[in-house]
Design a protein around this ligand. Structure first.
Ligand code: ADP
Ligand code: ADP
Length: 226
């Protein structure tokens, strides 16, 4: 089966016009997919439906062949990284990263081993005892990534994760993200309104407009076809 499959997925919020219309997509394991389009075109809503933070109005979502429409977020093999990071300011970096494993009720030893490994992978070991509110944007972004990855998701969902960073840092984290995705071999779905980000990082770009998919192509095709 496909790693991720969306079939005829649509979302209409109670108060509004359809936000996502007839969204169809197959994603293979290890692909880096970008959802690209202007603000309000439905990228975030689609991501939140995959994560389980938003009910689906119509259609089906499958992960590895299993229909997940009715599973709550914590029972889906996904992790979501938010632009705002949503870290706990009063907890150490280590505790922030371990939080998802605590919620799952994982035994301490196993938790600690996993936490230390991911802290090391993301270069956070030296600041593991600090609190995130004292750290830089780039460090906070890495903490959020570590927290998403420590639960070993099949699919990592990133909602404009570079939006709060300055241009230089954005470039650095872009490169890191790409490396991480290649090394881990897991599927990344990345939401952005910046064409350059989609072009640099993704294997395929899903171009959205007014709630619909306008085009799905490789960065190369997007570039050569006006
Ligand atoms: P994007 O991520 O591309 O900026 P969104 O998915 O956030 O787009 O929004 C798509 C549409 O759905 C917009 O018209 C937006 O106003 C609307 N929308 C998003 N979230 C909500 C919500 N919680 N309640 C009602 N409407 C929403
Ligand atoms: P206490 O029982 O004193 O509150 P814990 O048993 O929660 O402390 O933590 C013991 C050790 O594990 C400490 O070094 C702490 O920094 C670390 N630790 C605590 N929470 C987590 C977590 N969620 N993930 C990883 N390490 C943690």
């Amino acid at each position: 089966p496909h790693d991720l499959e969306l079939i005829g997925v649509g979302k209409t919020y109670d108060n509004g016009a359809p936000a996502v219309i007839d969204f169809n997509l197959n994603v293979e394991k290890g692909e880096f997919i970008a959802f690209l389009g202007p603000s309000g075109c439905g990228k975030s809503t689609t991501l939140r439906m995959i994560a389980g933070f938003e009910d689906i109005t119509i259609g089906d979502i499958f992960i590895k062949g299993k229909r997940i429409n009715d599973l709550p977020p914590e029972r889906r093999p996904t992790s979501m990284i938010f632009q705002s990071y949503a870290l706990f300011p009063h907890m150490s970096v280590r505790r922030n990263v371990g939080y998802g494993l605590d919620v799952k009720g994982m035994a301490k030893r196993e938790r600690d081993a996993k936490v230390e490994r991911i802290l090391d992978t993301l270069g956070l070991t030296d600041i593991a005892d600090q609190r995130p509110d004292r750290l830089s944007g780039g460090q906070r972004q890495r903490i959020a990534l570590a927290r998403g990855l420590v639960v070993e998701p099949d699919i990592l969902l990133l909602d404009e994760p570079l939006g709060a960073l300055d241009a230089n840092l954005r470039k650095a984290i872009q490169a890191e993200l790409k490396l991480l995705q290649i090394n881990l071999g897991i599927t990344f779905i990345f939401v952005t309104h910046a064409q350059s980000e989609a072009l640099t990082m993704s294997d395929r770009i899903v171009v959205m407009s007014n709630g619909r998919i306008e085009q799905i192509s490789t960065p190369r095709d997007l570039y050569t076809r006006p």
